[in-house]
Ligand binder design. Sequence first.
Ligand code: UD1
Length: 341
Amino acid sequence: MRILVTGGAGFIGSHTCVELLNAGHDIVVIDNLLNSHTESLNRVREITDVSFDFEHANLLDRDKLRIVFAEQNIDAVIHFAGLKAVAESVGKPLYYYHNNLASTIVLCEVMGEYGIKNLVFSSSATVYGQTNQVPIKEETNLVATNPYGRTKLMIEEILRDLYISDNEWSIALLRYFNPVGAHSSGLIGEDPNGIPNNLTPYITQVAVGKLPELKVFGNDYDTIDGTGVRDYIHVVDLAKGHLKALDKVMNNTGVEAYNLGTGKGYSVLEVLSAFERAIGKTIPYKIVDRRHGDVAVSYADPLKAKRELNWEAEKSLDDMCRDAWNWQKNNINGFKEEVIK
Ligand code: UD1
């Protein structure tokens, strides 16, 4: 099949491109490179030894998108493209709503024009908001708590309405828990802009000496050691989940949401210890106040994806730490410099 991957140069997108190419699919990547680099796509080519087309374009550019659909024989779309920083979304809500919502609407309109109605959408466990019912099942009430999260939730609702209006659509909404790790080659990985917001790139940047110490956001939660618990999932497991979702949307119609998580939660201090084992040195940290908007515990019930997609996560926390570290130590400044061999 030929798959259009929007946002294919990003962290999850690039790892999914590798799995798609390894499985023998053709891909076309479209990305505006706002938060990513073409170097990640060069690395995808290096890992797979397969070439593919890349369109440097914004999904809001309807004419460009039409050209892609007219020229390429697209069978399905995996839609990653979108803005994703929670704090930034609070400061710039219109920017987030405009980018994430309008681009998805334009994409679906153009897909409809060309009769392509198979879509895998990159949603997030953020749609479960502050729920304290764990493990989290797909039917849990959805309440996003910030503009970024609301864009994910609104897009899910838009896509449900789209299916109601036209039963030929087939859409998988993939709700990611906490994607971490990197490809085992160390050639692609997470490359956040500026100081990382998320835990594991922050830890690896402390370990590599770019940041002085980890700030642990609160140790007074009702958890094993007082620090927040999350369901960390290896990005390669997550990428493989997209291929399973693709099989599903190619063979069914409807809209279905799936949790992509491991079903197991680890605390911040457990993750820190796992990294210390992987790296072989201690990582300085200090406990600071809770971060506004954080929940104590979040982990998936991943059984629906196992049952209906025949997918489950295979990699361990130690695999995630080893691979994240391998990526970070070989790419101290992410994609902005050559790999140090
Ligand atoms: C965060 C976002 C979520 C988004 C997800 C994408 C917030 C409030 N939530 O989820 O909407 O979908 O990223 O990956 O931003 N932690 C520290 N110190 C740090 C960073 C994090 O102690 O420097 C702790 C957090 O308190 C939390 C855990 O580490 O307990 C994981 O944090 P993070 O990686 O930011 O992910 P989430 O908060 O789960």
